[in-house]
Design a protein. Structure first.
Length: 302
């Protein structure tokens, strides 16, 4: 298996959420309080290699034993760590992994590997920590696959065209979108259903969801004046109601990059993303679920 590392890695997260009432079945559970800070940084080597003890407990930060990246409080799964997530290689777009597209994956094979991965990485059947699935190569809504992700639209259309050469360009695009979104939903939804059945005490969800697309660059491109989630994005997020219903935790990103260094609207940016997470959480038919916005420790991107 070739090595693969996403460009954007979650490095730490904080909980801004409703309080939880959970039934403790076994294993360590997260404190039942309105605000938690949970460490999701692979910092074990700070002490073992450099003798630096971060002593996170003095700041009331929850951390896995030994500052392990995967453990009883949080486990984060990159694309190669859970199942058979299809994608195109980030730096070699002609290289398809597991078929490249959600439409080409055998869900039975995928779920079999998910079950094996969960058993190996999260052996405690009573796991009560955060289960964060970090699949960033593609997005479940067709129109959100822009820039490098446009390959998922192009390949979806080529797939339809190869099977239906008689269709018009407009018909190809419409069918490609339908097939892609149906397959993407099935993959994400069935993955959530499976991990919840295997580790029902965990808080399962996808990193970066929901997104508000309210970064400075996005605002400039649409000539917007506020950092609130745009109505168009809210409408798109409403089409992901199946994802909010299937999740037992929400993990949006509130990374503040160098673009905010001299901006007075940083708070509005963060508030806009957190507010959208609460909005989709409130739209669920089931009980409230925790919201854990991912934050990072630096301003610079590199």
């Amino acid at each position: 298996m070739s090595t693969y590392t996403p460009v954007s890695k979650p490095v730490t997260l904080a909980l801004l959420t409703v309080s939880l009432s959970t039934l403790c079945l076994g294993g360590p559970s997260l404190p039942d309080r309105p605000f938690n800070v949970i460490w999701n940084v692979p910092s074990r080597s700070c002490k073992t290699k450099f003798g630096v003890d971060l002593n996170l407990g003095q700041y009331d930060i929850i951390v896995n034993p030994g500052e392990a990246f995967m453990g009883p409080y949080i486990s984060l799964f990159y694309e190669r760590k859970l199942g058979m997530c299809p994608c195109y290689h980030e730096y070699h777009l002609d290289q398809a992994i597991h078929g490249g597209l959600p439409q080409t994956v055998d869900l039975s094979d995928h779920k079999e590997k998910v079950a094996d991965d969960i058993a190996r990485i999260v052996p405690d059947a009573d796991y009560q920590g955060l289960g964060v699935i970090d699949w960033e190569s593609w997005r479940p809504l067709y129109e959100r696959n822009w820039a490098k992700k446009d390959i998922y639209r192009k390949q979806s259309e080529e797939l339809v065209q190869s099977r239906h050469p008689d269709l018009s360009k407009k018909e190809v695009k419409a069918k490609a979108k339908e097939e892609y979104e149906t397959a993407a939903r099935a993959m994400m939804e069935e993955t959530l259903d499976l991990v919840k059945s295997l580790r029902p005490g965990g808080f399962w969800g996808f990193y970066l969801f929901p997104d508000s697309y309210n970064s400075p660059g996005s605002i400039r491109s649409r000539k917007g004046k506020t950092y609130g989630c745009p109505q168009k994005v809210k409408d798109q997020n409403d089409r992901l109601d199946w994802l909010w219903e299937g999740s037992t935790g929400l993990y949006p990103s509130v990374y503040v990059t160098y673009m905010f260094k001299n901006m007075v609207n940083t708070e509005q940016f963060v508030r806009g993303r957190v507010n959208e997470a609460f909005r989709v959480m409130d739209s669920r038919q089931g009980q409230d679920i925790p919201i854990y916005p991912y934050m990072w420790l630096r301003y610079a991107n590199e």
